[in-house]
Design a protein around this ligand. Structure first.
Ligand code: SUO
Ligand code: CP
Length: 318
């Protein structure tokens, strides 16, 4: 056979069906095909560099096969509503999609950013929660509407590695950005940092307050210079407004919040961190990013560490 384009290419269709039934049994008996016999599907509704590649690299390191699926551009448009009459634009319900993928893979990773237009749906985690509900295998959050735990796990590993005192002063600072970005990275950073032994400070302009339940025990300081005083780590991130009146909007692009070498000089020789991608000379200047105190590449490298740790624990592999 040279091609497989139609049944005309099949010399013995009935024989093929019979041998395929045997093949199915053999697949079930013979696996695993990779070192650990496991596979994961990584579903992306949004772009990615680090998450995609670190999850693939971590899978590779563990002998787990990873399959990438860019759902937005390559998949059927999914329906998430219960009881919907699907006579509109959506072609496949999450119930079937999750069921099928669960039958193929041992875990499913999802990246689905916030809409930034519907606060209730975003904070109810409309997409991630439907995958969790309808998948029968573990689901891995690869940045959802409100959180990015793989990032925060990597961030905490990085701080552990670079800290010089037992209880470092860790400052999460808002910085300007031309686009409206989710609160997910900042939320997760606060969630995870609140569980560590940090002197945790949050600084942002008025109007950028985050969910008080997530801010937790962090000290909120509206004066960025005061916040930076004595800091051991400066973790920078932009986020759009969380409050009901201006949810998901850019309410300030104040360039005085950009991280500069002068601001870094206020700290206790702090390390500079950012989850990346970063807009140079908007979030932080070249002078900050190119200085030896910037640990953004080491931080991004720990995305492999966190991904591998999560895959190991979830899939019970070594
Ligand atoms: N996963 C890391 C950050 C992803 C996203 N950043 C962005 O969309 C930046 C896009 C830009 O700069 O055009 C965020 O903030 O949640
Ligand atoms: N930090 C992070 O999640 O990067 P990507 O958006 O490139 O995956």
């Amino acid at each position: 056979m040279t091609n497989f384009c139609s049944i005309d290419d099949v010399d013995d269709p009935v024989g093929w069906i019979q041998s395929a039934v045997e093949l199915k049994k053999k697949i079930e008996q013979d696996g695993p095909f990779t070192k650990n016999g496991k596979s994961v599907c990584l579903l992306f509704f949004n772009p990615s560099l680090r998450t995609r590649l670190s999850m693939q690299k971590a899978s590779f390191n563990l002998g787990i096969e990873s399959f990438i699926f860019n759902l937005n551009t390559e998949g059927w448009q999914l329906e998430f509503g219960d009881g919907v009459v699907m006579n509109g634009n959506t072609s496949e319900h999450i119930i079937e999609a999750a069921g099928v993928m669960s039958s193929y893979f041992d875990a499913i990773g999802i990246r689905a950013f916030a809409s930034l237009s519907n606060k209730q749906e975003d904070y109810q985690e409309k997409i991630l929660s439907q995958f969790v509900k309808h998948c029968s295998v573990p689901v891995i959050n690869m940045e959802s509407a409100t959180s990015h735990p793989l990032q925060s796990f990597a961030d905490m590993i990085t701080i552990e590695e670079y800290k010089k005192v037992d209880k470092p002063r860790v400052v999460l600072s808002w910085a300007p950005h031309p686009k409206a970005l989710p609160q997910a990275v900042a939320n997760s950073f606060l969630n995870w940092s609140n569980r560590m032994d940090y002197d945790l400070v949050l600084t942002h302009p008025k109007g950028y307050e985050l969910d008080p339940g997530i801010v937790g025990n962090a000290t909120v300081e509206y004066d960025q210079n005061k916040a930076f005083d004595g800091a051991d780590f400066i973790y920078t991130k932009n986020w759009s407004a969380f409050n009901d009146e201006s949810y998901g909007q850019v309410v300030s692009q104040d360039p005085t919040w950009t991280i500069t070498p002068e601001k870094m000089a206020l700290t206790n020789a702090a390390k500079f961190m950012h989850c990346l991608p970063i807009r140079r000379n908007v979030i932080a200047t070249d002078g900050v990013l190119d200085h030896e105190s910037s640990i953004v590449i080491a931080q991004a490298n720990h995305r492999i560490t966190s991904a591998q740790a999560v895959l190991q624990k979830l899939l019970n592999v070594k």
